[in-house]
Design a protein around this ligand. Structure first.
Ligand code: GLN
Length: 498
């Protein structure tokens, strides 16, 4: 059997069911690999060896006793450090939360615990999920296992690097403007943003509530489907949670009549606005290769015009900071985390808040709070926030028109492959442009995912699939075909072990 840390989640689940390995063995292998690699990659901010092994031992005992177990029971998982957990600190990679431990578990965490998946730790991220490179973490950047001088994407770089490097087969991320999909693209992993409301946000520390969505980070499409089935579905604790059942996503991965890659009758639209200038040649080449393969597999391909996508990035960078400025008001030095008193002068509530926020938040977070406060202020609200909301509606209409003509849309996930550390840190605008292809899905609430489709100059390229709201199963079906046609990627760090 291949090294345990190179197997997919579903392969591990089978091996455990058939008695070829145990959860304690698998979890130990992951924890050992995390110990061996984390100093180099900085993918984890917290590691819970004892907690993970206790869960693993319990699952093994339950299995031995013949108890009915969840299909993924015993498979280790990591959580982005903005999902609250009762037994580990939750930092959002910010200094402001200090060593705060939440008094409750996020709904996704409750579901993971109930299903018996050992939680090995919490992963690094851009502070409060703001960024595209994980360079905004207060605890240092995560390194891309494909090339340790390059970024792993962001904000969920820790989860993506952990999965790509074989530290863990499954992880969760959160996607407000691309933070699951863009790291997926640049690390050669699968990253899914489900339909808005498809996965509970209860216990996800909010960045921009109308855009945030939790989703799977995995090495294969089938693993992502299995994980979304586990975490998805209605949650009365989240008022924006959909009533729909999660659906048969794992089944959808294999439903083509002649195997997954039979796409006859599937109408796919290439988004005209998400290609061309600004996209690297290598990215466009792999995208074109994939489109040719999909065509050969029976899909019809047309180009679809989504004219308002040209304004999506601008609208996002008004709506998102507006919500950020409101959501982050709760970090005030009184309720959670650190408290810093002013060095001189009276210790009033307002001055403690100011000193705490000045010391606790990093530059990018401050930039967005200031921007958001400005766009919501009297006199500017209509010009900025109001206009952005109108653009949001126009983007939604572009999608609605597109989905009258095609079953799903496709595009590159990100305009470039992984870039070098420091390349974009002095230019927020250049950093924001990484999300040009991922943001429209968040503005519209539709499901979208990134699947690896090969390399450009030795670095992974991601292919994005966008489906109508609540059609996550259709998105998975297409993703399964893409994976079967293009193969999965294994980073050199993992290949060494095989
Ligand atoms: N990179 C985007 C941003 O900086 C998206 C972040 C996210 O999805 N959390 O806002």
């Amino acid at each position: 059997m291949a090294t345990l840390t190179t197997l997919t989640a579903l392969e591990l689940a089978d091996a455990m069911r058939e008695g070829r390995t145990t959860s304690v063995e698998v979890t130990t292998a992951c924890l050992d690999r995390i110990d061996a690699l984390n100093d180099r990659l900085n993918a984890f901010l917290a590691i819970d060896r004892d907690g993970a092994l206790a869960t693993a031992a319990k699952v093994d005992a339950d299995r031995a006793a013949g108890k009915d177990l969840h299909p993924l029971a015993g498979v280790p998982i990591a959580l982005k450090d903005n999902m609250v957990t009762r037994d580990m600190p939750t930092t959002c990679a910010s200094k402001i939360l200090g060593d705060w431990i939440a008094p409750y578990d996020a709904t996704v965490v409750t579901r993971i615990r109930a299903a018996g998946l050992p939680i090995v730790g919490k992963t690094n991220m851009d502070e409060f999920a703001m960024g595209s490179s994980t360079e905004n973490s207060a605890f240092g950047p995560t390194r891309n296992p494909w090339d340790e001088n390059r970024i792993p994407g962001g904000s969920g770089g820790g989860s993506a690097a952990a999965v790509a490097a074989g530290m863990v087969p499954l992880a969760l991320g959160s996607d407000t403007g691309g933070s699951i999909r863009q790291p997926g693209a640049v690390t050669g992993t699968v990253g899914v943003k489900p339909t808005y409301g498809g996965v509970s946000r209860y216990g996800l520390i909010a960045m921009a509530s109308s855009l945030d969505q939790i989703g799977p980070v995995t090495r294969t499409v089938a693993d992502a489907a299995a994980l979304q089935e586990l975490i998805g579905g209605h949650d009365p604790a989240d008022s924006t949670s959909l009533q729909d059942p999660v659906g048969d996503l794992t089944g959808a991965v294999q439903t083509g009549a002649g195997g997954a890659s039979d796409l006859s009758g599937m109408r796919l639209g290439v988004v005209k606005q998400l290609q061309g200038a600004g996209y690297e040649d290598g990215v466009l080449e792999q995208f074109a290769n994939t489109v040719a393969q999909l065509k050969a597999a029976g899909a019809t391909i047309t180009e679809i015009d989504c004219p308002n996508f040209d304004y999506a990035l601008a609208a996002y960078y008004l709506i998102m900071p507006a919500e950020v400025s409101s959501n982050l008001a709760r970090f005030d030095g009184m309720r959670y985390g650190i408290r810093v008193e002013p060095e001189t002068g009276p210790v009033t509530a307002e001055r403690v808040m100011a000193a705490t926020r000045a010391a606790g938040f990093g530059d990018e977070v401050k930039r967005r709070i200031i921007l958001g406060t400005h766009v919501l202020s009297a006199g500017y609200y209509d010009a900025y926030y109001g206009s952005a909301q109108k653009v949001r509606t126009l983007v939604q209409r572009d999608f609605a028109t597109a989905f009258d003509q095609v079953d799903a849309l496709i595009s590159p996930t990100a305009p470039t492959t992984a870039f070098a550390f420091g390349e974009k840190t002095d230019d927020p605008m250049a950093m924001y442009l990484n999300d040009i292809a991922t943001i429209p899905a968040n503005l519209a609430g539709i499901p979208a995912m990134s699947v690896p489709v090969g390399l450009a100059d030795g670095l992974p390229v991601g292919f994005q699939i966008l489906a109508p709201a609540r059609e996550d199963a259709r998105m998975y079906r297409i993703a399964g075909a893409v994976e079967e046609l293009m193969g999965t990627l294994q980073c050199p760090l993992v290949k060494e072990e095989r």
